[in-house]
Design a protein around this ligand. Structure first.
Ligand SMILES: Cc1cc2nc3c(=O)[nH]c(=O)nc-3n(C[C@H](O)[C@H](O)[C@H](O)COP(=O)(O)OP(=O)(O)OC[C@H]3O[C@@H](n4cnc5c(N)ncnc54)[C@H](O)[C@@H]3O)c2cc1C
Length: 288
């Protein structure tokens, strides 16, 4: 006999939050990670150990707007919706275009990619270099947390069972910043990353004011080092070979990938350092 699943789908966010407060439920947004995680053999419904609550229809979680120049993105915006939105930065759209294929992009959400906390989540390296913050809401109110504090390890996030991530906030991104994203997978479409890299640089009169890098799929979470980044602040573009070599050597020490079914640790490390070197060697950076 097929087991019954208890499922909730409320019209409003406040009703959904009340339910989450009174019962420990599994949240489903697009379901593209949840359904894979709990899949059963062919023809058998997935086994989800808790009651489920659907959130991806809630209009409160699908707004995109600017406030004090920060960009607020509703956690349940699908990738396809973000691709259509003129407020979404070009670099983010570039990364979205590398995710899966259109069917998954029509269902999968930005909030789901973050809360799934896969080391290979394609949106994560960029969100780290944007210094993204997450707004979490519960019946007790709102709290804000940096993405790098929220994600604690593979599928481990700092979320209480009664909270929903409502917004992803990209702090004011200055017009003279430049953002780069590259994903390396088995093929261009429908491939999970072997390695990914995001770089962010803000330059005034050839001088670096701010520079950030994050690597995906080479550790349990995104690899970023603010201490290493600081070594380049104040340097002029193009960077000297010695400066580039020093930064690459510093990351060589802290990047510790693993072998798995998608790639080898040695390949991942070589490509990650190559992407960093490529980004640092650019003589001109593309606008954000
Ligand atoms: C065929 C296929 C290809 C894929 N390709 C890629 C790819 O190329 N790159 C990539 O990065 N990913 C890929 N994925 C993974 C997946 O599509 C993405 O991670 C997607 O963004 C997940 O979003 P979702 O809304 O479907 O999440 P769901 O599956 O609904 O949820 C994922 C997790 O997040 C939690 N959650 C979701 N939203 C919230 C919220 N607002 N607040 C609190 N918790 C929440 C859920 O409880 C669950 O634990 C692929 C998946 C499939 C099936």
């Amino acid at each position: 006999m097929v087991e019954k699943i208890k499922a909730y789908r409320f019209e409003r966010l406040d009703e959904t939050l009340s339910q989450l407060n009174s019962e420990d439920c599994a949240i489903i947004a697009g379901g593209t990670d949840v359904m894979v995680l709990h899949k059963s053999r062919r023809g058998v419904p997935p086994k989800i150990p808790k009651p489920i609550v659907f959130i991806n229809h809630l209009s409160e979680l699908k707004q995109v707007y600017q406030h004090h120049k920060d960009l607020h993105i509703g956690a349940c915006c699908t990738y396809s919706e973000l691709l259509e939105n003129p407020l979404i930065p070009f670099a983010l759209k570039n990364a979205i275009n590398t995710i899966a294929a259109p069917a998954i992009r029509n269902r999968g959400t930005l909030g789901g990619n973050i809360c799934n906390a896969s080391p290979a989540g394609d949106m994560l390296p960029l969100l780290y270099v944007y210094n993204a913050k997450l707004l979490l809401r519960s019946v007790n109110g709102d709290r804000m947390v940096a993405i790098s504090d929220f994600i604690q390890g593979p599928r481990r996030v700092q979320r209480f069972h009664n909270e929903i991530v409502t917004e992803i906030i990209l702090p004011f991104v200055l017009e003279d910043s430049h953002v780069f994203f590259e994903k390396v997978g088995n093929r261009n479409a429908d491939a999970i990353a072997k390695v990914s890299f995001a770089g962010f640089v803000r330059i005034s009169k050839d001088r670096i004011d701010d520079i950030r890098f994050a690597f995906g799929a080479v550790g349990p979470t995104m690899v970023r080092s603010i201490d290493i980044e600081k070594k380049l602040v104040g340097k002029t573009i193009p960077l000297a070979d010695g400066d580039i070599a020093a930064i690459v050597a510093a990351f060589d020490k802290i990047i510790r990938p693993i072998d798995d079914q998608r790639s080898t640790a040695a390949y991942r490390k070589t490509v990650a350092l190559y992407l960093l070197r490529y980004f640092l060697s650019m003589k001109q950076y593309q606008p954000n």
